[in-house]
Design a binder for this molecule. Structure first.
Ligand code: SF4
Length: 148
């Protein structure tokens, strides 16, 4: 399971396959990470610095986080889109097939490379597919790479 949690400032990625349930996140920042709660991650309940530190201490790499740099990611028809203000600076496109959701194209403007925007875009699509109980297929090699 892949989940993307976002505030205005940061994005937190969670990959349940990597989670070893060591609960370092829970002990480090119980306001934001509470396994008794749904959703179990609620970033608005704690200071960004405290969330960041707890994520940094995740021993398995299940949790990771990045700064948003003012870029907003939205899910639209058959794609996720990254906006800098009104300007589209990246997108991740998928098609719904009989075998699942196929992510076939991911692209981020060269000027915005190195900010994990592609990862946010792909995670947004994967999370939506998982909510829809659909398989995820990645014929886009870039998408596969950012999910490693
Ligand atoms: S710290 Fe990481 S490995 Fe431990 S419970 Fe939290 S997400 Fe899972």
């Amino acid at each position: 399971m892949h989940r993307l949690y976002e505030t205005e400032d940061i994005s937190v990625f969670w990959d349940s396959d990597k989670c070893r349930h060591a609960k370092k996140c829970v002990t480090g920042c119980p306001e934001a990470f509470d396994i008794q709660r749904k959703p179990w991650i609620q970033l608005d309940k704690a200071e960004t610095a405290k969330v960041w530190k707890a994520v940094s201490n995740c021993p398995s790499g299940a949790l990771t986080c990045v700064f948003n740099h003012g870029i907003i990611v939205k899910l639209e028809d058959n794609r996720s889109v990254a906006y800098d203000g009104d300007r589209i600076i990246g997108e991740c496109d998928f098609e719904v097939t009989a075998d699942g959701w196929n992510i076939y194209h991911t692209e981020v403007d060269d000027h915005y490379r190195g900010k994990s925007i592609a990862r946010r875009l792909v995670y947004a699509v994967v999370q939506a597919a998982e909510h829809d109980k659909a398989n995820v297929i990645m014929t886009c090699s870039y998408a596969g790479k950012v999910m490693e």
